[in-house]
Design a protein. Structure first.
Length: 342
């Protein structure tokens, strides 16, 4: 029997129909043994160091089966960076650092690790494995390069552009020689897009009365590639500004996550008349590309050709607030929670 210690957790208190509040999650302290119990073959026991706050969490706090809902009274399944304390799998050893699916708590017994990668390169900040070197990085890479095949000189529009994924899409598209415009919800974020991430142009969508007019201003000849993260009225405006044979990578639709009735979308006729390809994707179906992605992105980071902004909060207690903040745009960059130091 291993030592039993206390384990602070964020658990789901109730399902929501629209937006999530901090009180929909509860902090609880339970106990955990620092050894894998017998009968748990295939499990890995970890100490969580960084936990990632991602918009999909809200979709799992809803009972609608867009994606399988979380269980009530249980910690949330989230991405994180963790240290292995005990392992019954040959490919993970005590002391290894890993990233992937874990739970919103200090220590987790991961019974059936589906997404779990060993961290080999420890020269880079560990928190990056919740962002640029983890799921959001892969999402930017897959959506832009695999679905949209950007070519030099093409025009690219990125919504939610200053966030975990958007800031990378813009920088990747610039490195492919594209003209890139992003939108975000504050002046501070617009400044970041233009002055730190190297977008050609950026605008605050909250200050625009007419998205169609805004897009015409920045794309007088139309948009070749739209990296879609918000949906709703923005998608409608984009469709009427797309160029012939344009590509839309449907990464997310955050404007639809906290409303009860999904909105309809006008302008779909342009898919036909302009021969636009609009395709949704889920990053978890593309992890076979992770080594190829690392080969591209690690040198870019080490040579300082790409930059990454994180919004870091301290302590597992800060996690409910950090999750809620994603839906009002409180985060500036990738939202990460520090749970413990290595
Ligand atoms: P993020 O951009 O770091 O954070 C979310 C941002 O969305 C907020 O900071 C806010 O920024 C913006 N936002 C919130 N509500 C909005 C609304 N109603 N209209 C417009 N913007 C709104 O999040 P992320 O992790 O990079 O995720 C971006 C998108 O990718 C999300 O839609 C997410 O669900 C999706 N995603 C998809 C996959 C996949 O496998 N397909 C994987 C991961 C994430 P502003 O201040 O700019 O409003």
């Amino acid at each position: 029997m291993g030592e039993e210690i206390s384990n602070k957790q964020v658990i789901l208190n109730n399902y929501v129909k629209t937006s999530v509040k901090e009180s929909d999650m509860l902090l609880r302290t339970s106990k955990i043994q620092l050894k894998i119990p017998s009968g748990c073959d295939g499990a890995v026991l970890v100490k969580n160091l960084y936990l990632s706050c991602d918009p999909f969490i809200l979709l799992r706090i809803k009972e609608e089966h867009y994606i399988p809902p979380y269980k009530l009274d249980c910690p949330l399944i989230v991405f994180g960076v963790s240290k292995v304390l005990d392992s019954s799998l040959p490919n993970f050893k005590t002391g290894d650092l890993v990233w992937g699916h874990t739970r919103s708590e200090e220590y987790s017994l991961i019974k059936d690790p589906d997404i779990l990668f060993k961290i080999h390169d420890k020269d880079l900040p560990l928190s990056y494995y919740t962002g640029i070197l983890g799921m959001p990085g892969m999402t930017a890479y897959v959506g832009l390069f695999e679905l949209c095949s950007p070519k030099k000189g093409e025009t690219v529009y990125v919504s939610a552009a200053s966030g975990a994924i958007g800031q990378l899409v813009g920088q990747f598209a610039k490195s492919a020689g594209c003209y890139v415009v992003g939108s975000a919800g504050s002046k501070e974020k617009v400044d970041l897009l233009k002055n730190k991430f190297g977008f050609d142009e950026a605008f605050n969508y909250k200050e625009e009365q007419d998205y169609n007019a805004a897009l015409k201003r920045y794309f007088p000849d139309g948009i070749d590639i739209y990296f879609e993260s918000v949906g709703g009225k923005m998608l409608e405006a984009v469709l009427s500004n797309m160029r012939h044979h344009g590509r839309v990578a449907v990464c997310g639709m955050i404007s639809q996550y906290n409303i009860e009735q999904l909105e309809g979308v006008h302008n779909l006729l342009y898919l036909l008349t302009k021969r636009i390809r609009m395709e949704g994707f889920a990053t978890f179906e593309h992890y076979h590309l992770y080594p190829k992605f690392l080969e591209m992105v690690v040198p870019l980071i080490k040579e300082e050709k790409i930059t990454y902004v994180e919004d870091i909060t301290q302590g597992i207690e800060s996690m409910p607030g950090a999750i809620v903040g994603l839906f009002s745009g409180r985060n500036v960059g990738k939202q990460v929670v520090v749970v413990a130091r290595e």
